[in-house]
Design a protein around this ligand. Sequence first.
Ligand code: KG4
Ligand code: ZN
Length: 344
Amino acid sequence: MLVLGIESTCDETGIALVKDGQTILSNLVASQTDLHEAYGGVVPELASRRHIHMLPLLLQNALKETQLTLREIDLIAVAKGPGLVGALLIGLHFAKGLALSRSLPLIGVNHVEAHLFAAMMQAEVALPALGVVLSGGHTALVLINELGSYQLLGQTQDDAIGEAFDKVAIMLGLAYPGGPKVEKLAKGGNPTRFAFKTGRTKNRPFDFSFSGLKTAVLYQVKGQNGTSKGQDLIREEDKKDVAASFQHVAFSDIVNKSLSAAKQYQVKSIVIGGGVSQNGYLRALLNAASPLPLFWPHPELCLDNAAMIGALGFHDYQRRGADDLHLEAMPRIPFIGLPCSHTS
Ligand code: KG4
Ligand code: ZN
């Protein structure tokens, strides 16, 4: 079964052609970094407009590079949420237009679930597994009983981990998106120089809190209550130690909580997903500490992409059949207890 995957939840436009939920024939991503960089974050209206422009172009390119035609596509899978409502609507309308004109089945896919599935699509993962979602919008520990059956064990009470990286990057004078730049700066730094701490999450052992950590970094760089009047208090050469210490503290918390959840729920493996899973320091920490097999997404499947949407769409379709054309954008769709997407 050939699935066309469509991704437009935030600031990456993605089109992919995936066979039988596993084999990626084409996976095209158009990043919008150039568009949003000057604003230090994603501007929703600009993102939507770029999606309108890019989706047809990427589809044309994907068909060209695979020498396939629309006639060979069997199913259209589109990310229905969570994400920016305008951006989601563009992807959904594009998907619905194609489905209607080609009389093809359509299925809406949960973007966060797809991030977790990215590492599972080409591997034999022993279940139950612990899912660790680390993206720009989400940070969560999830018990994966089987595909489509999840239990939320914990999540962030404030910032998502990727969001914390992006904000710390701005404090350190690095451009958006900051995650990879903080990682790069941290490479030559001392991870134990600054004793930052993550927040306490009372009675919620698998929750996270990164906002206090972020403020501690701000105070270290700019002084408490803006005492430095916008000037940096630390020297340029010390910034790498701030980046390394922030990264070390944030990831140690994630690794410790992941391993303790894995132990408590007696899982057989750990699956990691989302943009932050690209970070080499995190991979090294968890690889060294985990007694269980770890499943990391292939580098081209860590960040937002349509291959993970197409692959999960295939499995969702096998399990629950197609959605109809009333499928709506779900900007705040919960990961667990997914609402039924059949609206009629
Ligand atoms: O999963 P993703 O592509 O988008 C969402 O669904 O949110 O994740 C994007 C996030 C951004 O916050 C970005 O800064 C972060 O992932 N990120 C990283 C790295 N690469 C991307 N964070 C830390 N280290 C990286 N190497
Ligand atoms: Zn994402």
